[in-house]
Design a protein around this ligand. Sequence first.
Ligand code: SF4
Length: 222
Amino acid sequence: MPPLAPVSVIIERLESAYGSPNWHPRYDPMSELVYTILSQNTSDKNSQPAFQRLRSDFPTWEDILEAPVAKIGAAIRSGGLWNVKAPRIKQILQGIREQRGPFDLDFLRDMPLDEAKTWLRGLPGVGPKTAACVLLFSLGRPALPVDTHVHRVAWRLGLIDKSVSREKSHEVLEGILPEKDIYRFHVLFVQHGRQTCKAQRPLCPKCVVNDVCPYYLGMQRA
Ligand code: SF4
């Protein structure tokens, strides 16, 4: 299913429905990295309190690095999958300590983008989405995080083929987006996926892009 409208038209329509997203940094890059690990496979509602508790129990990254995994796990238990995420966070801190020394990822701001992605993805448990979250949300760099909403909405609108994996779709979608549109594309597609283009029973008759949606038009014809 090829797209029936340029991606710029889709973005403009979604912006008319949901408003214009404005980028502002959420956390410093170290915090964004650890927060993103905590948010894997859970909602912000669970990951936010887990992150706050982690930061209050361990005021410095050094404190976490030196803590037993069980204590880290106790701090992040409310976020879910603590038994996976606690050792992962510790391994990431160990990796940063070994490679960089200080816990400061500001150097990623000036590194060529592909190198910055590769560096982050060399850390344990860091895939393309987590790397893109750090680069985009914290540093304002044009890397696209593809979550389940972005992936689903993109294939329904014909921007990627359904057979393209979520991992692979990072580079495919970045390849069709102007850098200046990456942040708003991400925010708008997540919002659209949550509110309208839901996984089960999308609200197609109310959708602002239904006239250019191959998925919807295909269902109409079936
Ligand atoms: S028309 Fe339906 S399937 Fe297509 S983008 Fe809108 S909600 Fe999603």
